[in-house]
Design a protein around this ligand. Structure first.
Ligand code: SAM
Ligand code: SF4
Length: 469
């Protein structure tokens, strides 16, 4: 792969962002209310509006923003939460990202790449607890080239076990060239996710001193190349703690606008992980711009309001109490039952943490997470139907097509949840889950749809699988 940034220009207007954040410092209550209303009326916010939300200090206005995000989540998306698991394929890496346990200079990291057989075992272990959606994660190394990514994705798709199989694979890997993205696309991937880490170029260059990732522009242009290769299902993100979180949120908005303007479609998902401690990585103990919990909640709410039609992903990096709270502000996907050491799902041991990228805040099992979600009235969903039925841009349709959530998303969430309950759950989760499903079926307004869902639920009970709309 040849790294070339010829003709690539940054679309992050750093000076404008700083100016907007300064200018919008004292937005009035009326202005904040109008901005929230614009979002509730299903419009993406403009940068000055997001800057106004980001600059709010008054506790009353902060609460207004949180309430606005909660309302938007409830009215547009309802109470589904999509579940997935990360699957780490290899932690060998030629980059030296200051904050990452896998960086090349970290002598405390035990290097490992799954063999084909180990990959099959890891997949079976995930299938056996009920997972249907994965994100496969790779270090950056010549070994993990586009063909390798394609081959490993195919291995996962081809691994069936018991009643189950993985139905959607997303990717988190280094940016490729256009040809490489084409190769990976041909394996039938879902989302290709690349985080810019920090959009602040100087900070980026300081924290990525060597390897291909040291080029800010090569990475920033990564998703443009993916689009050129025909992958229009993309995930963007910033690692919170490297630079001012307000600047990163503004940049995520500018990245969204850039993709929309250039390709007519924005990112499918946005991620906003906070830095977690990593073995042999002192930097992670005191990140220079650590985001405090109260700011983190606001960050999620402001992203929800700024790009109301984009999926928001929250990972198990976060502790349980934060996870439970910010689910209400518009998060649409979470991972559960996650292990982030290479080979950990099938062989966890004392030494696992040496192969892990960082430490997780939420180590509950998938079944425990599902029980708690159901207990709080959320419908856990393993739905992969839009992607498999060729309905791309589903997140946008959920938002923009009237009745879409009622016609597809909620029924599919209920069906995939029921499938999980019958095949994998503990008794307490089964009881809580069936109760929730009964309640939710009762809420379906369209009688034909209600009947059809009841019929499909009966089919599932009778042993049929993979029912969806
Ligand atoms: N190597 C690829 C890359 O860098 O894009 C993909 C895999 S990398 C392991 C996935 C993401 O992990 C990175 O984009 C970064 O945001 C995140 N990450 C790295 N170190 C972290 C840490 N200490 N805490 C939380 N997230 C971290
Ligand atoms: Fe390698 Fe990715 Fe970690 Fe950087 S973040 S050291 S590229 S695995």
């Amino acid at each position: 792969m040849k790294i070339s940034i010829e003709g690539v220009k940054s679309f992050i207007p750093e000076a404008t962002i700083e100016t907007l954040l300064e200018q919008e410092k004292n937005a009035s209550k009326e202005r904040i209310r109008d901005i929230i209303q614009k979002s509730l009326d299903k419009n993406r916010l403009d940068p000055d509006e997001t800057a106004a939300l980001l600059s709010v200090k008054d506790p009353e206005l902060r609460q207004m923003i949180l309430d606005g995000a909660r309302k938007l989540k409830e009215t547009i998306y309802g109470n589904r939460i999509v579940l997935f698991a990360p699957l780490y394929i290899g932690n060998e890496c030629i980059n030296d990202c200051t904050y990452c346990g896998f960086r090349i200079s970290n002598t405390e990291c035990e290097r490992k790449t799954l063999t084909q057989q180990e990959l099959i075992e890891e997949t079976k272990a995930l299938v056996d607890v009920g997972h249907k959606r994965l994100i496969m994660v790779y270090g950056e190394h010549p070994k993990y080239d586009a063909q390798y990514i394609k081959d490993t994705v195919e291995t996962v798709y081809n691994t069936k076990h018991g009643n189950g199989e993985i139905r959607r694979v997303n990717i988190n890997a280094a940016p490729l060239d256009v040809e490489g993205f084409r190769t990976v696309k041909s394996a039938g991937i879902g989302t290709y996710q690349i985080f810019q880490e920090t959009y602040h170029q100087k900070t980026y260059e300081k924290l990525h001193p060597r390897g291909p990732k040291s080029s800010y522009l090569w990475r920033l242009d990564g998703l443009d190349r993916a689009m050129e290769a025909g992958i229009d299902d993309l995930g963007i993100g910033a690692l919170m703690g490297l630079y001012d979180w307000r600047f990163e949120v503004m940049s995520l908005l500018y990245h969204t606008i850039h993709l929309e303007d250039k390709f007519g479609v924005g990112p499918h998902t946005i991620s906003f992980p906070r830095i977690e401690p990593a073995i042999g990585t002192d930097f992670t103990l005191h990140p220079p711009y650590q985001v405090q919990d109260e700011d983190f909640k606001l960050l999620v709410a402001i992203l929800r309001l700024s790009v109301p039609y984009t999926g928001l992903i929250l990972t198990a990096r976060e502790p349980i109490d934060i996870r439970n709270e910010v689910l209400n502000y518009g998060v649409s996907q979470i991972d559960a039952g996650s292990s982030i050491g290479v080979g950990d799902y099938s062989h966890k041991d004392e030494e696992s943490r040496k192969k892990s990228q960082f430490v997780l805040g939420d180590t509950r099992s998938l079944d425990d997470v599902i029980f708690e979600l159901a207990d709080h009235g959320f419908i856990p969903s393993f739905c992969t139907s839009c992607y498999r039925a060729g309905r791309t841009g589903e997140h946008f349709m959920e938002f923009a097509v009237p009745g879409f959530v009622k016609r597809f998303c909620t029924p599919n969430a209920l069906l995939t949840f029921a499938e999980y309950l019958y095949d994998y759950s503990s008794k307490r989760t089964l009881d809580a889950g069936l109760k929730l499903i009964d309640f939710e079926v009762g809420r379906i307004e369209d009688e034909n749809m209600k009947e059809s869902v009841i019929e499909k639920l009966e089919n599932l009970k009778g042993g049929e699988r993979d029912q969806f709309y």
